[in-house]
Design a protein around this ligand. Structure first.
Ligand SMILES: [Zn+2]
Length: 296
């Protein structure tokens, strides 16, 4: 089932005509997707009378094919991002049961301790281009950060991190040492949670005990970006040394049952309490039959 969670928030006007990434002021801007177009396609329910993703916006559930676009990037920068997007697209869940990343990694899950000392399963990403995955994730967080559209997510990286990540995406700066990027994969053996494998949730920002946490979900991949981690507590050391995709050494993705994902629980709760209604010309009324029983 496709499911998206959007939040309405009016963005402050940001400066600038011209490309937001390379800052070329004379460039013609393209309609840039905040979340790649293919994710919305994957999140559709094939064969259903109304196949469109269920979207929750301000507590209202509706089905829509309407995608979030904004003129942000020039053709060259769109192309730069499309390389990362194409790679991630080749790894995510496209149906409820499996995702190519599990074959590509060519490794068995291993057990490691989490920051709370519990044992958890991790997939070593030995044969996977982790750098491309990381740049994809940062590009989505950054697009949401610079977008003015009110439903482009509500990421606020702050001016310093926003600029650092812009330069990181251009290959001019290293990943900031006060940040950590985590990837969790919805576990392929989690039958109960399989209905969430094609869920899409636009990026959001929350405050955490160790800093600021930004997150989004795309087709079984849950990305968490922690910024402003300055005090190296036990939790922040774990984020940097064990969990971060940009760490030195063997890179790991957590294998997670859907019920353990905070963001999935938020989406689930929103759908359960959402008022179902017809919205705009893009949608039909969400019928009970299109939302799995677990979500009602
Ligand atoms: Zn550009």
């Amino acid at each position: 089932m496709g499911l998206t969670l959007r939040n309405q928030q009016q963005r402050d006007g940001a400066p600038g005509d011209g490309c937001r990434l390379c800052r070329n002021r004379s460039a013609v801007l393209k309609d840039s997707h905040i979340i790649p177009k293919w994710a919305w396609r994957v999140s559709r329910t094939r064969g259903a009378a109304n196949p469109e993703a269920v979207t929750v916006e301000d507590g209202v559930a509706y089905q829509t094919s309407h995608q979030i676009v904004e003129k942000l990037l020039c053709a060259d920068c769109e192309e730069r991002f499309s390389v990362f997007e194409g790679y991630v697209r080749s790894l995510v869940y496209t149906d409820g049961t499996s995702a190519p990343i599990f074959d590509k990694a060519e490794t068995q899950p291993i057990v490691r301790r989490t920051d709370t000392g519990e044992e958890a399963r991790y997939l070593p990403l030995d044969n996977v281009d982790v750098d491309k995955i990381a740049r994809f994730a940062i590009s989505v967080f950054w697009r949401s950060h610079v977008a003015k559209r009110d439903n482009a997510g509500q990421v606020d990286l702050g001016a310093t991190h926003g600029e650092h990540f812009r330069q990181f995406l251009l290959g001019r700066r290293a990943f900031p040492s006060s940040s950590a990027l985590l990837l969790s994969l919805l576990a392929p053996d989690d039958e109960e949670g399989a209905c969430f494998n094609r869920t899409v949730c636009v990026p959001i920002t929350n405050r955490d005990t160790v800093g600021v946490r930004h997150e989004f979900i795309i087709c079984g991949f849950i990305f968490e970006l922690h910024t402003g981690i300055n005090s190296w507590t036990k939790k922040s050391r774990w984020l940097r040394d064990t969990a971060c995709l940009m760490r030195h050494g063997r890179r790991l993705a957590a294998l997670m049952p859907a019920k353990d994902s905070r963001l999935i629980r938020v989406v689930h709760a929103q759908v359960k309490t959402a008022e179902v209604r017809v919205k705009g010309m893009y949608s039909n009324r969400t019928r009970a039959g299109t939302v799995p029983r677990k979500l009602r």
